[in-house]
Design a protein around this ligand. Structure first.
Ligand code: NAI
Length: 445
């Protein structure tokens, strides 16, 4: 699916030639592996926080080689910045300059992660200044990384601690290969809810998960990833995609449900199937989506209405029915898009639907929390799928290269990893989250 460019510029004689010619060489990303360590080398922890020692002990219990304040000349697999107690921008200097020196020691695929607090209108000006400044720092550092290393942050809202389950789960996610294509982003921990999985590699054990639009592309990758992570999966798609749907299902032991998600009784059919066949419904991934691009000046009702019907109206209707049914601890993860954040030429209908998903998720968080559940969205950037492989090679290459951080499109698996994480019990404290999986694409800044 990806073209040969990356292979050529990273191997053998053509790698040397590419270097000589100064061609951009997208790095190989460090992706999920069940056996691999959480980080590719030792972790340096800089800065201080009330419960830093307990955090260090926890990190050691995850098998990490943790150095506090100084790692000498050692090559590093990660850098953790504890910035949550800073109260003035002048306090940043010693930590950030030490971090800068440590960046030169990072191994390929390393991770830089910060802990900070949100800047709010109620803060003292200096406190708000340093907190908002950290946002700018991490987004900038993300753009300075090399070798597939990334920089992301965890924002602790409402006095949550660095040891709250969702803060720790976010740290595991960012450190691991699961976050390969997430760069320059923040996860906001809203409360102390959530339970860390005993086995980090199987966060969905015992869960029944439904994935819509699962016959191909990102949906198929989501279904495979949820099954890999322990879930019993139900794959849903249109009747005309039946053959592909069965293939996906057979590969992962899923059951199939042929269904148009715009049907008035779609939620009921999903509940009947999941509960009737598997005993419960714990997780729904609203992935089914379509594009019908046209400049607004040339837009027709067919294009506009079908995109709104599939991408957002169906989700609103299904969520309402799920809430009405009162399913306990139900988690929902929806597919948004960076087009819904930054807009995209020719996609006003699509952007309306994907911006709509973001609005829906933020406003539904409280409703799902009432029954112990949660809702989140993932906003992918340029992902290499059948859809994007049809874009002419030149345009496609440009689309990848304007991503200064990682210089490549993401894979469906990268989106699936974020969805599996946000749909897990450990992420319950991240309710209402919208996470971009975009390689820090220029789109949407
Ligand atoms: P795709 O077109 O390859 O697959 C979409 C699947 O949804 C198909 O199997 C299709 O049959 C199914 N589907 C469409 N309408 C349906 C309906 N009414 N009922 C049931 N199933 C239906 O798309 P892709 O690229 O895998 O995208 C998946 C999701 O990710 C979509 O929501 C898309 O908007 C979103 N996305 C994709 C990006 C990309 O770069 N590929 C970027 C950002 C978001």
């Amino acid at each position: 699916m990806t073209d040969k460019y990356m292979e050529l510029v990273n191997t053998g004689a053509t790698k040397k030639l590419a270097k000589l010619l100064g061609l951009p060489r997208p790095p190989r990303l460090r992706r999920y592996s069940e056996q691999g360590p959480l980080l590719p080398g030792p972790l340096l922890v800089l800065g201080n926080s009330a419960r830093a020692q307990e955090l260090s002990d926890t990190l050691v219990s995850w098998g990490l080689d943790v150095c506090r304040h100084d790692a000498g000349d050692a090559k590093l697999g990660g850098l953790l910045l504890l910035l949550d107690e800073l109260v003035h921008p002048e306090e940043l200097s010693p930590i950030m300059l030490a971090a800068g020196r440590a960046l030169r020691q990072l191994l390929p695929g390393a991770r830089v992660v910060s802990f900070s607090r949100p800047a709010t209108a109620d803060d003292e000006p200096a406190v708000a200044a340093v907190r908002q400044g950290i946002d700018g720092i991490m987004r900038s550092v993300g753009r300075e990384m090399r070798g597939g290393a990334t920089a992301n942050g965890i924002v602790l809202e409402n006095s949550t601690s660095i040891l709250s389950p969702s803060a720790l789960a976010s740290l595991q996610f960012f450190f691991s290969g699961r976050s390969a294509y997430v760069d320059g982003q923040f996860l906001r921990v809203r409360n102390d809810q959530g339970v860390l999985a005993e086995d980090f590699t199987k966060p969905l054990t015992g869960k029944v998960a439904v994935v819509t639009g699962a016959a191909r592309g990102i949906g198929a990758a989501i279904a495979k990833t949820l099954a890999r992570d322990g879930a019993q999966v139900v794959v849903v798609d249109m009747p005309q995609a039946g053959d592909s749907l069965v293939k996906v299902a057979n590969a992962i032991g899923a059951t199939t449900l042929q269904l148009d998600v715009t049907a008035a009784d779609a939620a009921q059919q999903i509940m009947d199937h999941a509960i009737g066949r598997h005993g419960s419904l714990d997780l729904v991934i609203h992935n089914a989506g379509i594009t019908r691009d046209k400049l607004l000046a040339n837009m027709d009702a067919g294009r506009w209405d079908s995109v709104i019907a599939v991408n957002i109206a169906s989700q609103l209707r299904m969520n309402e029915a799920f809430l009405k049914a009162g399913l306990p601890n139900l988690r929902i993860v929806s597919l948004a898009s960076t087009s819904g954040i930054a807009g995209n030429r020719g996609q006003s209908n699509y952007a309306a639907s994907k911006g709509g998903v973001i609005g829906m998720v933020r406003s539904s968080a409280k409703l799902f929390e009432t029954n112990g559940g949660s809702i989140a969205a993932v906003a992918p950037g340029f992902i290499e799928t059948d859809m994007t492989s049809k874009i002419p090679l030149g345009t496609r290459t440009v689309a990848r290269m304007v991503l200064p951080s990682l210089m490549q499109g993401g894979l469906p698996q990268d989106v699936a990893e974020a969805i599996s994480f946000l749909g897990s019990d450990a992420a319950a404290g991240l309710n209402g989250q919208v996470l971009r999986v975009c390689g820090q694409s220029l789109v949407g800044a």
